[in-house]
Every structure is written in C-alpha cells, then in structure tokens.
Design a protein around this ligand. Structure first.
Ligand code: SAH
Length: 360
C-alpha cells in the first residue's frame, strides 16, 4: 500500500462506532435501501464480523463502496497476557500505532471488561500509570467499541460459549478520562447498549471519572441509566491536590455538590473509588474525614488497595489497616466494599502494560 493510501484509510470513520442511525445515513448517501442499514448493523454489532467479505447477504458492489467509506476494524491485538487468576490484559494497536489497553476479568458467573477512552491521560494522578506521559489523543467511538468486540470474539471462541456471548459488564476504568472524551464515550455507550447489537444493559455499564465536574453535570441530562463512579482517593483538598492535580480545577466542594445534584436529578447512587495508600490516605483520621465529607449523601464507597506502579513510591496498606479503614466507614452507615485488585500478574493496574512497552 502506498503512503497516501495508508493515510486515507487511517482517516476513514470506524464501522464499530456507527449507531443504527449512522448506518441509515450512510445507506441513504450511497443510494442503498434502508433495510441494508439493518443488515449492516447486524453484521457489525451483533455478529462482530471483521471482514466485509463475510457479509453474505450484502451485494459485492455495496461492500466495495462501504470498504471505501469506512474501516471495518481499527485495532490489532499486539499482546494478550493471561494471569493465573484468568484475568486477560489486551494491549491493542490503533491504526496510527498508538497502544491502548483493555482488561477482561472473568468470574464464575460473568465477564467484566475494563476499557480505555484515551491514549494516555491529561490528568496525571500521582499513582496512575496512564497519565505518566500525558495525553496523546482521544479515542474514536469505534476504538472504544472495538475493545469490547475484540474481547467478545475471544469469549465466543471458548468451548461451549453461546454464539452471541459477550462481556456482561463494561467498566470505563482503563486508560484515560471518559468525561474528557465526552461525545465519543457517550456514542460508544449507546452503541453497546443498543438492542440488536451487543445489548449490554445500561446498569451494567460503569463510567469512572477523576472528577470532571462539567462532565458529571452534562451526564446527568443524558437519560442514561448507567452507573457512575467517582475517583476520590482523599477526604480533603490538600491531600487530593497532591494525589490528583485535577482537584485544583474542581475542588472537593464543587465535586461533591455536582455528585449530590447528579443523584438528585437521575435517582442514581454514585460509587466513590478510594485507592488506599499506606501512610498517605489510610489512617483513621482520613476515614473520619471521609465520613464527614459524605455524611449528607446517599452513596457507596469502593476501597481498592494500591497496585504498585514504578513511578510512584507508595504501597498498599496491610490487610488489617484496610479492614480498619472500612470498619470506620461501615460504622458511620456508609455502604463500603473492599476490593482486592485482581490481575496484578498481567500488569493490570491502569496503563501499566503500555507503560512497560514504551520503556522497553
Ligand atoms: N480517569 C478515570 C478512569 C480511569 S482510572 C478515573 O480516574 O476514574 C480507574 C480507577 O483506577 C480510578 O479510580 C483510578 O484512580 C484507579 N487507579 C489508577 N491507578 C491505580 C493504582 N496504581 N492502584 C489502584 N488504583 C488505581
């Protein structure tokens, strides 16, 4: 392929990011009847085909036109690592060579997939590998959706898998900040949620934000029944400024107010994520301050012991200290879960696999 051809191909819109409406518009433009849009949506979003030639009921001439107008796949699996606990980490190469990550976490009953929304991240949380080198670019909606299709194809080839098997839960907790790539994140959610496609229930989709207040406010007007997680990690501005520079833009009182308004407007309860770091934010006085901060809110808290990352000197607290922290929150009536971070064998903390590749 010539260089020019490569550039042209790279700039084509990605088929995985098309909503049913986008397929209808494309068919209209190409002079194809509307029922073709339904067939195309079905091939891409339900059967997850990655080759135009497999669309047996689409005329060859139309397939050719479509291939000139959109890219059927954008991501290539560059590395697939499965840890002994079954967690699979994907390192995926985008069309322009950027590397992104997704993590598939199986339990006995279900599969949860963690997806990325940006290559890199602009927010630079101290303990997070994704932001270590800043933001490279936003992912297109199709690049977000295709992470799910890639994992779903793997799930489908497992022995005894249903032909329409796919991840049951999607969490937007991979690389990047979903609310800083707002429109593409919302389009991806709509595509994944759409009946006739993977049809993943909105309540099985979780968006996690580091605290982008305007994004939280906008999200409350979308009418989506998704789950919202907010990464808190500190109960006061001084500590949160140190750990999460985003707090300088939207300090705690603004964030907590936006979260309370979100719940009031949507009826959806927010989960706060709190990464426990030994000696930094895991002391009883931190837990007490947290209960005071959240005392007027209906919410849940997820405690996650820190996953070690190379550029951050910090450790996970002992199990006893994690339990002590949890007990204080529970006593204050806050619904709290303590997660053990799975998949550390596959470099499962956010952005670590890509970071390792960039430095090798
Ligand atoms: N930008 C979004 C989503 C990506 S990070 C957000 O900040 O919420 C997903 C979650 O993993 C966040 O709660 C983040 O703070 C947490 N995280 C990042 N690095 C981690 C680490 N080394 N150990 C534990 N949790 C980490």
């Amino acid at each position: 392929m010539t260089e020019t051809a490569t550039q042209q191909t790279d700039s084509l819109p990605l088929a995985a990011g098309f909503t049913p409406e986008a397929w209808r518009n494309l068919c209209l433009e190409l002079g194809a009847p509307p029922f073709r849009a339904k067939q195309l949506w079905n091939w891409i979003a339900y059967h997850l085909v990655d080759d135009w030639s497999r669309m047996s009921n689409i005329p060859g001439a139309l397939r050719k036109q479509l291939a000139a107008r959109s890219l059927i796949t954008a991501l290539k699996v560059s590395e697939r690592t499965t840890a002994p606990d079954g967690v699979t980490k994907y390192l995926l190469a985008c069309g322009d060579g950027e590397l992104i990550e997704s993590v598939l976490i199986p339990t006995q009953e279900r599969h949860t997939l963690c997806v990325s929304t940006q290559a890199g991240c602009p927010f630079g949380c101290a303990f997070c590998a994704s932001g270590a080198a800043g933001l490279v670019r936003n992912l297109a909606a199709g690049e977000i959706v295709e992470q799910v299709y890639t994992a779903a194809r793997d799930i489908r080839i497992a022995p005894n898998a249903a032909p329409d098997a796919r991840p049951d839960n999607i969490v937007f907790m991979g690389m990047g900040e979903p609310l800083a790539n707002y429109d593409n994140t919302i389009t991806a959610i709509r595509v994944l949620n759409e009946p006739g496609g993977l049809n993943i229930g909105a309540r099985r989709i979780t968006v996690s934000t580091c605290g982008v207040v305007p994004g939280i406010r906008k999200l409350s007007g979308e009418g989506l029944q998704i789950e919202l997680s907010v990464s808190l990690h500190a109960p006061d501005d001084k500590l949160r400024n140190e750990l999460m520079p985003v707090n300088n833009l939207w300090p705690l009182h603004e964030l907590i107010e936006a979260c309370a308004d979100y719940t009031a407007l949507t009826g959806r309860i927010i989960t706060y994520e709190y990464t426990l770091i030994a000696g930094r934010n895991d002391q009883p006085h931190h837990a007490d301050a947290l209960t005071r901060l959240l005392r007027y809110q209906q919410c849940r808290i997820n405690l996650i012991p820190l996953s070690p990352v190379p550029h951050f000197t910090g450790n996970a607290p002992t199990a006893a200290n994690c339990a002590r922290f949890q007990a204080i929150l529970t006593r204050a009536g806050i619904n709290t879960t303590l997660r053990n971070s799975r998949g550390s064998g596959a470099d499962a903390a956010c952005g670590q696999l890509r970071l390792r590749r960039r430095h090798s």
